[in-house]
Design a protein around this ligand. Structure first.
Ligand code: ATP
Length: 309
């Protein structure tokens, strides 16, 4: 594996991202004990991008998603989504933000759905609350079911659907009022392989059709086939990014190339992959060596000069 460093575009100021987290900090205090769940997290997501966020249990993924969804307020830093400042927002603006700007998809499809209504009735519910005319609601509901590959369940109650179909109805509910950003928390956590594949494909189709910016928090390795960028979180910070692109060889064949990058934050901090540091027995401190086109990082072994390894 090769590793390269990338400076988040937030730091370069080159674009106006749909999601911007800069030096985001969230400290939880309970019974005199402080837990730093996010410790200076940087994340930039372009408008219309579909990204996955991965990380070990306790790394801060849910904390990040709760902040982006307007449920939780960060302790410090910058969090901006679709032009809304999530630290400075009034509680009334927060309600409007949650209703109009972001859509949510949870691990349990039923968290977004009313069991005694049909798929269409569920999808039309948020549109009715937003006072959309009845005819438009019906058209939009039909369009969403078609796009997500489940037109046949329109008049079925939830109990008569598979788990994968229910999750796609929940996705249609989340997209009903055309949110700019979709946040999904382990959307395939309770599904089998085939249904997970269908749900990720549906998310990808919605992203491509409506240009919705999507952040999917997941442990599911299947997600890598559906996103161009996977952001890794470690100890409350973004630590790595895997970018995927399609390359065409000289015979016209297509192959997907995945490159792993380490994130370099504004303070110049870089998290070295654990497998690299373990292999070279690096700990506590390392030697650095500036070359004309790269920086060498060497284990601190007494009596050896940097570059002697
Ligand atoms: N309300 C809270 N009060 C105290 N500590 C919290 C609270 N919420 C989260 N934490 C702590 O913050 C850290 C990050 O938790 P978080 O739930 O964001 O991780 P995660 O990556 O989503 O984990 P998982 O994959 O298990 O859901 C953990 O150490 C957790 O115990």
């Amino acid at each position: 594996m090769t590793t390269a460093a990338t400076i988040p575009s937030a730091a370069t100021g080159r674009e106006d991202p749909e999601i911007l987290c800069d030096n985001l900090v969230r400290i939880f205090k309970s019974e005199g004990v402080e837990v730093v769940a996010l410790q200076g997290l940087d994340l930039t997501v372009r408008q219309g991008e579909l990204i996955a966020v991965v990380g070990a249990s306790g790394s801060g993924k849910s904390t990040l998603l709760n902040i982006l969804s307007g449920l939780d307020i960060p302790s410090a830093g910058v969090a901006r989504v679709a032009g809304s400042d999530l630290l400075a927002m009034s509680s009334r603006d927060r309600v409007t933000y949650r209703r109009e700007t972001v859509g949510f998809l949870f691990q349990q499809a039923t968290a977004n759905l009313l069991p005694y209504l049909t798929a269409s009735e569920n999808i039309e519910m948020p549109m009715a609350l937003a006072r959309m005319p009845k005819g438009e609601r019906r058209d939009r509901s039909r369009e969403l079911l078609e796009l997500l590959g489940i037109p046949q369940v329109a008049d079925r109650p939830l109990a008569a659907m598979s788990g994968g179909q229910q999750q796609r109805v929940a996705l249609a509910v989340a997209l009903a009022n055309e949110p700019r950003v979709l946040l999904a928390d382990e959307p395939t956590g309770e599904l089998d392989h085939q249904s997970s594949e269908e749900v990720f494909a549906a998310i990808e189709r919605a992203n491509a059709t409506y240009g919705t910016t999507v952040v999917v928090v997941t442990h599911d390795p299947l997600v890598s086939e559906h996103v161009q960028r996977t952001v890794g979180i470690r100890d409350g910070r973004t630590s790595s990014e895997v970018l995927r692109r399609t390359a065409i060889d000289e015979h016209g064949g297509e192959s997907v190339i995945a490159e792993e990058y380490a994130v370099l934050d504004r303070a110049g901090r870089l998290q070295l992959p654990r497998e690299f540091t373990t292999t070279l027995e690096m700990k506590d401190r390392v030697r650095l060596d500036l070359e004309s086109d790269h920086i060498g990082v060497w284990p601190d072994r007494p009596g050896r000069e940097a570059g002697d390894e």
